[in-house]
Design a protein around this ligand. Structure first.
Ligand code: SF4
Ligand code: SF4
Length: 504
């Protein structure tokens, strides 16, 4: 019996489910909907019970209960308080019990500084008056790709050859999240929303289900070290190709899709056996230097007849500025920087929580370095990994980004409650699962509408804020750090961010 556990293995539950027995009408909706077996119905007693140890705090039962009979509370650890060891006791026990390193999902949840919250925006007063976006045009259109250093014109028009660009109606795209990590319906929703809004979603490293070729024109396809699902048609469907070298949530290691999530269709899409773990190696086996990366960039350009921009995605790490400079010189059209708060479907906890850099600092140093070297126009900068709201977008663009990727924020818009159980494949909200029954919990029509709402509201908020600054185009905001001031930051942090302290 599952409750007859060896006491030495006891780990206190993280959550406590409280059910008001008077309000409960025994409809068993919570029993049927809980994908973690945290609740069960006892026929003899005609009562619904909880198995708190299994509760992950996804709150599906709370949302589904028709009589509001359930409350889920975070459980206080029952161990004696110890500043040094609290939080480490369970972690040590789990390693000792299972003999393996814990795999976790979503982003780094440790209390590192969030620099977005230490940056304040400017507003116009009297001179350079503010602009009302309801009455005057505001331009959010963004082009990603290499820009010419100068334009040459002839009598008949433009002589300068413009390299392929991605055209975005809003400077926000959906980050790389693979089919496999996410359910079919979520990918469908991302594709529909990207098409409707005029932006892009990223296939991630899992290939592309043929059903989703219909989103051609709004897809960025990824080429990662595992090369899952990479073939000529796949490259042709993408509007841009993104080489994934690293990911913010797990810099320095490869990707991992647990075998439980490799269903029949995932195995077809990824071109790999059903049920086996999809592990992409840490390095690309043909990239050990910037010269090798250059060869891969040009191989992909050649394969797609130089019709698509090629992006290179790296995790934000200590020497990110020098790496970005090398990537720009290797011929990439777009550099994607992924901060350590970025989400993941599965990563070793030690890596997720201890490796990488905050995206704000990485962005500031990369933009500065590329400007100093006079190569900033050769490459666009896209950032991701911890963009939570429209003001993070505005601050990112003022710090030097051309556009941002959102992943976790998009999943939350669809219904994710950040329970961090994506790696189990049992997502109660039908988002990060390949279980066909769970996957049906996402209605792609409703989910895409919610994503569209999110992007439209963010676009409106960005326009309002730009208007308040007296700026009417995203181009004028880009890299305009004079519109930022820092609060509660050290002199060194201000120097790295390239912003003045509030009051100056
Ligand atoms: S969903 Fe609510 S009413 Fe239905 S069995 Fe669970 S607690 Fe009772
Ligand atoms: S996607 Fe699902 S499993 Fe992952 S954190 Fe969100 S609700 Fe939890």
């Amino acid at each position: 019996m599952k409750w007859m556990k060896n006491l030495k293995d006891y780990v206190p539950p993280s959550f406590v489910v409280e059910r008001d027995d008077y309000r409960c009408i025994r409809c068993k909706a919570c029993v049927e909907q809980c994908s973690f077996d945290a609740t069960f119905y006892d026929e003899e007693e005609d009562k619904v019970w909880n198995w708190n140890a299994n509760c992950v705090g996804c709150n599906r039962c709370v949302a589904i209960c028709p009589t509001e009979a359930i409350v889920v509370r975070r459980a206080e650890p029952s161990y004696r308080y110890n500043h040094n060891w609290n939080g480490h006791i369970d972690s040590l026990k789990k390693r000792a019990m299972f003999g393996g390193t814990p795999v976790v999902s979503m982003g780094n949840d440790r209390p590192y500084p969030i620099y977005w919250d230490h940056l304040l925006l400017n507003a116009s007063q009297v001179t350079n008056p503010s602009i009302d976006p309801l009455r005057e045009p505001m331009e959010l259109k963004t082009f990603l790709g290499r820009k010419p250093r100068a334009l040459e014109l002839t009598d008949s028009g433009l002589k300068t050859k413009i390299t392929p660009q991605l055209e975005l109606e809003v400077p926000i795209m959906f980050a790389a999240m693979s089919y496999g990590a996410l359910s079919y319906n979520v990918i469908e929703a991302l594709g529909r929303a990207a098409k409707e809004v005029g932006t892009y979603y990223n296939s991630g490293e899992g290939g592309l289900n043929k059903d989703h070729y219909k989103f051609k024109g709004n897809i960025i396809v990824q080429v990662a070290s595992g090369r899952f699902g990479v073939h000529k048609d796949y490259l042709d469907v993408g509007s841009a190709i993104e080489i994934k070298i690293g990911q913010g949530a797990k810099p320095g290691i490869g990707g991992h899709l647990p075998g439980e999530k490799v269903s029949e269709t995932i195995s077809e899409t990824r071109m790999m056996p059903k049920g086996s773990d999809a592990i992409s190696p840490a390095p690309h086996h043909d990239v050990y230097s910037i010269e090798d990366l250059r060869q891969l960039i040009y191989a992909l350009k050649e394969a797609t007849e130089y019709k698509k921009p090629v992006a290179v995605k790296i995790a934000a790490v200590h020497n990110v500025a020098a790496i970005a400079s090398g990537i720009a010189r290797a011929g990439a059209d777009i550099i994607v920087l992924d901060g350590f708060k970025g989400g993941t479907g599965a990563a070793p906890q030690v890596i997720r929580d201890n490796v990488g850099l905050p995206i704000e600092l990485a962005l500031a140093v990369v933009d500065e370095r590329l400007r100093q070297e006079g190569i900033r126009q050769d490459v666009s900068i896209v950032i991701g990994g911890g963009v939570r709201n429209s003001m993070d977008v505005v601050k990112a663009i003022a710090l030097g980004a051309d556009a941002v990727y959102i992943g976790t924020a998009a999943l939350i818009a669809i219904g994710c409650t950040m329970c961090q159980q994506c790696h189990t494949g049992r997502c109660a909200w039908g988002i990060s699962t390949q279980d066909p029954h769970l996957g049906k919990r996402v209605n792609p029509e409703i989910a895409s509408k919610r994503l569209i709402n999110l992007l439209e509201v963010w676009a409106l908020e960005i326009k309002e804020t730009m208007g308040a600054m007296g700026i009417n185009s995203i181009e004028s905001l880009r890299g305009n750090r004079l519109n930022l001031r820092g609060v509660g930051l050290t002199e060194k942090e201000l120097e790295i961010l390239g912003v003045l302290p509030a009051g100056e």
